[in-house]
Write a protein that binds this ligand. Structure first.
Ligand code: GLU
Length: 318
């Protein structure tokens, strides 16, 4: 049996909120319960949306909650660097490997550029757009013509007409035909920034991650990632997609829900144990909504008590 290695991989595009704390706590408990190691990776791929001050605040917030990690941007480790911005050469190497297999092509469709934001993990409520493959069959002449017009292409990967299936530890059996759902997806933007789908696979594999615990909004991305594991000849981890937390408005928690940011909660004098206890109660780990330290949840942890459906949270419950 491989040593369990879990990870939490936040994007520093905003303040950490209760939903991020939920995922971080569950990923951390899953790793620690199995006596495994925990990795913190900052997913700052997108230079337009990532801010170093958010990354340091995330680190402060996670420590405040009582979570720790064995490897991360602040403490280093054998599989570093632990921020994606410093790992771009590894993504380039992966693209070269895929190019050698004839799987990568240039896409000049401006419509496609408008419709996708490939550096961010797709989140619930965001419609995913299926690329119809327009540029897959461009001739070399057509390609040159576009380049001469000064158009910079993005890069896509050819997906097979195949169904990828896996068993998620929480959501159960899941399958998806890549051609039907995403089509040939983006691996690198026209400005050279690599796509989330590619980077996350390269990083999880090279960091030896064996267990991915993350939000259920990424369930639909997993078949694309499994395909990348296969063509890059890398070993995939197991997956557990935890239900999303949503506000009383039914929307997945996000920056909009200011009141549920960890900074706001801290400013109201709410203790980390109160937050951890509340999240543990919602996860079915404890019977009552009461304060508890994260480390005291390790022994009795199990993902089996979690349902699949989104969980509505409100400030009045804390
Ligand atoms: N960086 C992604 C996010 O913050 C998470 C990606 C993942 O866990 O695979 O939404």
């Amino acid at each position: 049996m491989r040593q369990v290695r879990g990870r939490f991989a936040p994007s520093p595009s905003g303040e950490m909120h209760l939903g991020n704390a939920w995922t971080a706590l569950l990923a951390w408990l899953a790793a620690r319960h199995s006596g495994g190691e925990m990795i913190l990776r900052i997913e700052d791929l997108d230079p337009d949306r990532s801010r170093p001050e958010h990354a340091s605040q995330i680190i402060t917030d996670l420590r405040w909650l009582g979570l720790d990690w064995d490897e991360g941007p602040d403490i280093g480790g054998p599989y570093g660097p632990y921020t994606q911005d410093e790992r771009r050469h590894l993504y380039d190497k992966a693209i070269r490997k895929l190019t050698e297999q004839g799987l990568i092509y240039s896409c000049f469709c401006s419509r496609a550029q408008l419709h996708s934001s490939p550096t961010l993990a797709p989140h619930a409520g965001e419609t995913e757009w299926r690329y119809p493959g327009t540029c897959r069959l461009l001739t070399e002449q057509e390609r040159q013509a576009w380049l001469e017009q000064g158009r910079r292409p993005l890069r896509r990967i050819v997906v097979p007409n195949r169904t990828f299936s896996f068993v998620d530890h929480i959501q159960g059996a899941y399958q998806q035909n890549l051609q039907a759902v995403s089509g040939d997806f983006v691996v690198q933007r026209s400005d050279g920034v690599h796509a989330y789908q590619l980077a996350v696979v390269v990083d999880d594999a090279l960091m030896g991650v064996t267990q991915v615990v993350r939000g259920a909004d990424l369930l639909g991305s997993t078949p694309r990632q499994l395909f990348l594991y296969q063509v890059l000849e890398l070993t995939p981890p197991s997956f557990a997609h935890v239900p999303l937390l949503c506000g009383q408005d039914g929307q997945r928690l996000s920056k909009r829900h200011q009141a549920l940011s960890l900074t706001a909660l801290r400013q109201q004098g709410i203790s980390p144990e109160t937050i951890v206890g509340y999240l543990a109660w919602r996860a079915g780990l404890i019977k009552r909504n009461e304060a508890v330290a994260a480390r005291d949840l390790i022994a009795g942890f199990s993902l089996t008590l979690l349902g699949k459906d989104p969980i509505a949270v409100g400030t009045n419950e804390l």
